[in-house]
Design a protein around this ligand. Sequence first.
Ligand code: GSH
Length: 206
Amino acid sequence: MTQPLLYSFRRCPYAIRARLAIASAGIPVELREVVLRQKPDAFLQASPSGTVPCLVTASDVIDESLDVMMWALRQHDPEGWLDMPDEGFDRIARNDGAFKAALDRTKYAGRYPGSDPEEQRGLASAMLAELDQRIDGWIFGRPTLADYAILPFVRQFAFVDKAWFDAQPWPDLQLWLETFLASGRFERVMVKSQPWQVGDPPVFFP
Ligand SMILES: N[C@@H](CCC(=O)N[C@@H](CS)C(=O)NCC(=O)O)C(=O)O
């Protein structure tokens, strides 16, 4: 194998954050866009969890997006994303746990009978109101792993109802998200590619 393979899905927040770290590190990978409704056999054989992102290197399979971020940044971290207080890891854990749970129960309410989407939106909002207080440009005043690990999920929450989101009293959080959405980095990780099929010529990323 020449390049590590990254099985990815363009809009998945976990896959977005993996691509963000790979792009920052500048580590070349072969990108394979997966259609989640029609997962290719090669992906299912590689990925223990059957979820994207999944990175396959010559020696390893990395099946968790945060581990893919760490894999990339430990090799090359030119922007100093790993130079982050431990609080950053706590924030990522809360994002991946309680916030993602409330986000899913707001966005995909039909999948969670018995759960009230308005109540869930309130829970997510309380977490974002707290984050708004913390952000000064970035969570720690300059971009770190925590920003890029969390931003794709805040994006997903914002677009559940963007007009509602924009009307909330979270100026620092809103500016943080808008700056990210307008960035060249975001544009590059969101480039569209055709779903991968066996025999396709490789698509390289970043
Ligand atoms: N813990 C995993 C979660 C990844 C995940 O849940 N990805 C979703 C897409 S956003 C997925 O692949 N779901 C499988 C499916 O929909 O079949 C990670 O951080 O990489």
